[in-house]
Design a binder for this molecule. Structure first.
Ligand SMILES: Nc1ncnc2c1ncn2[C@@H]1O[C@H](COP(=O)(O)OP(=O)(O)OP(=O)(O)O)[C@@H](O)[C@H]1O
Ligand SMILES: [Mg+2]
Length: 335
């Protein structure tokens, strides 16, 4: 597998009237071509801003990238997305990297028909004439499972149901056959049956088109069915990254372990209460000087308050940002 995206030390702050929000504190990860990488973490952990900052989708100011690079590879040649000009980024977005937004209703243009919104990027990026783009847009609507696509092409977003709007967003994101698609909680606002349909749709599209997918979610239950690897975020820090099975079988960070024990399991007959993680995420106004999870961690010891942990390898493709060796039940001994 080849690397399609390599993010290093991405550090992002919001300069607000109330002070500086340390939204991302040095995030590094790679995305391999053709894989699905899930980014999980609770609300406010920085999942959306990680991917939005790469595509220049954040308002700057108040957002500011303090450090880092994000190399996007085309035929083995890297380009730093963070340094791209506005015009170059315009060519990448949609054509090379598609984005399915968290909230389809506010991401779609309310005064333009759904069909035209799909057709627009075909005309702009692929240079199609209006009639070809119209036919292609109808095919796309049909492909993402909109019944009566030919008639629906003329509808405005408010005439679509929530599930259909999310399908339309997917059609827009994949219209130009981008190499990578970022799906930002595409199922959050939907009921569980429609959620499952959207997940199946995304999986089918990825299989058929060989796309690389970054799937953002707070739902570890969804991740098991779609991801190859998982990046766990906590308070703007990437606390663990692992192949999906390894993460479920051997979570190496206390936060991941907490998230997993908060998940209901159909095969668990013990009638145990679901565990919750005590406490609340930290205030992000201060730059981290120690492990951000220390306040809530059941394994915390003195070292956790003295420095931000580095990444420790914890198996093949598995790394954790924790001073405590969960697997062996003792502090790590590298100091
Ligand atoms: N425009 C902004 N101004 C100030 N702070 C912001 C802004 N946008 C995001 N943030 C902060 O950045 C942090 C990360 O936000 P982000 O939207 O990435 O969270 P998330 O993990 O996607 O959460 P959710 O699951 O709720 O979507 C949060 O602390 C948020 O308050
Ligand atoms: Mg988000």
């Amino acid at each position: 597998m080849s690397t399609i995206l390599s993010v290093r030390d991405l550090t992002l702050r919001f300069h607000t009237f109330d002070g500086v929000v340390h939204a991302l504190n040095g995030i590094s990860f790679d995305v391999q071509a053709g894989e699905t990488l899930a980014i999980v973490g609770e609300s406010g952990s920085g999942k959306s801003v990680t991917m939005m900052s790469l595509l220049h989708l954040l308002p700057m100011p108040p957002a500011r990238i303090a450090r880092g690079e994000a190399l996007f590879y085309t035929n083995g040649t890297p380009t730093d997305l963070l340094k791209m000009s506005r015009a170059d980024m315009h060519r990448v977005r949609g054509a090379q990297i598609g984005y399915i937004f968290q909230d389809a209703l506010s991401a779609l243009n309310p005064v333009m028909t759904v069909g035209r919104q799909i057709g627009e990027s075909l005309v702009m990026h692929l240079g199609m004439d209006a009639e070809t783009a119209r036919k292609r847009a109808i095919d796309l609507l049909d492909d993402v499972g909109i019944p009566g696509a030919r008639a629906r092409y003329r509808n405005y977003p408010h005439q679509f149901s929530g599930g259909m709007r999310q399908r339309a967003m997917i059609a827009i994101a994949i219209a130009c056959n981008p190499r990578m698609v970022i799906a930002d909680e595409p199922t959050t606002a939907l009921d569980v049956t429609v959620q499952a349909q959207i997940v199946e749709l995304a999986k089918r599209i990825q299989r058929e088109r060989g796309m690389t997918v970054v799937w953002i979610t707070h739902d570890l239950g969804v991740v098991a069915g779609i991801a190859d690897r998982v990046l766990v975020m906590y308070a703007g820090c990437p606390v663990e990254i692992a192949p999906v099975d390894d993460l479920y079988d051997h979570p190496q960070h206390p936060y991941t372990r907490g998230l997993l024990s908060a998940l209901p399991r159909l095969d668990d007959r013990s009638r145990r209460d679901l565990a919750s993680i005590q406490g609340a995420p930290p205030d992000m106004m201060a730059s981290p000087r120690h492990c951000q999870f220390a306040w809530r961690c059941p394994y915390v010891f003195d070292r956790c308050w003295k420095a931000v942990p580095p990444y420790y390898p914890a198996g093949k493709g598995h790394a954790t940002q924790c001073f405590y060796d969960l697997e062996n039940g003792r502090p790590r001994t590298d100091a």
